[in-house]
Design a binder for this molecule. Structure first.
Ligand code: ZN
Length: 273
């Protein structure tokens, strides 16, 4: 069953991307970009480059998971919990590790330089989902996934189930689609819903440095990194990177080397635009 879910994940993801991309045309939540076609093409271009460059690293993550299980390494393999408890705790620990690493991406200047490419999009939509600098993805896979997941001894089952929830949720979070009200009203008690995550894309620093959770909202609630603000009142992107030249494929790939803010937190007096 887990093997089937793993095989179906790419298809589910492509289907959801196509569905959300189509829905944006008919029931948009926010105003569309002035030149949507150009905006989306540049984002998809960077996404494709990141995906192509980091494909082999995904294989390394899977290899590390298998190696850990085979040699009984990592925390869970030492403790010996009941299977169901291990699966659930594994899912929670992946999300907690991701929350911690996402904090670092905002606070460590070198990590922020690459992560800010994702944040700089002033027009969030489905094309923003995979708009990550290739180095941002590589650092996330090398520092977080290749180290944290095997260290905890997280099983392939937890990893595949987590991916099955996190990846579709990532698409919904960024899609410029008007979802039914109940999604926000009830969903955000547990999940990082589209409205909850969009606050993380505000161009106001104290909002950018909040709502870090990928799947669950517990971590942001526990550590006080969340705000009450309507996504409709937000201006998106980064103030230092509003100019159009930063949003082409070349502009996005070059952005980490521009004189923007050295870290999301604190110094925000860049002059890149
Ligand atoms: Zn972020």
């Amino acid at each position: 069953m887990i093997e089937t879910l793993a095989k179906l994940q790419p298809l589910i993801l492509i289907g959801l991307l196509a569905t959300m991309y189509s829905l944006e045309l008919f029931i948009p939540y926010l105003a569309k970009p002035a030149d949507k076609r150009k905006h989306d093409l540049h984002n998809f271009g960077v996404s494709f480059i990141s995906f192509a460059v980091n494909g082999p690293l995904s294989g390394l993550v899977v290899y590390m998971l298998m190696f850990t299980a085979q040699h009984q390494l990592g925390l869970f393999n030492q403790v010996g919990l009941p299977v169901l408890a291990e699966i659930i705790l594994g899912i929670l620990l992946i999300d907690f590790g991701s929350y911690c690493f996402h904090n670092l991406q905002h606070k460590v200047p070198l990590l922020w330089r690459f992560h800010r490419v994702h944040h700089s999009d002033p027009n969030l939509n489905t094309s923003s989902v995979l708009r990550f600098h290739p180095v941002d993805v590589a650092l996330s896979q090398c520092i977080f996934q290749v180290i944290w997941i095997p260290l905890m001894g997280i099983s392939m089952t937890s990893f595949v189930i987590y991916g099955g929830v996190a990846l579709p949720l990532l698409v919904l979070q960024h899609a410029n689609v008007c979802f039914p009200e109940w999604v926000e009203k009830y969903g955000r008690f547990i999940f990082s819903t589209p409205g909850w995550h969009k606050i993380h894309h505000s161009d106001e620093q104290h909002y950018t440095d909040s709502h870090y959770g990928d799947v669950f909202t517990f971590w942001d609630r526990i550590f006080g990194t969340h705000h009450k603000v309507s996504p409709e009142q937000i201006s998106y992107g980064l103030k230092e990177f509003k100019a159009q030249k930063h949003h082409t494929i070349k502009g996005q790939l070059w952005m980490p080397f521009e004189n923007g803010p050295v870290a999301a937190t604190g110094n925000n007096k860049g002059n890149a635009s």
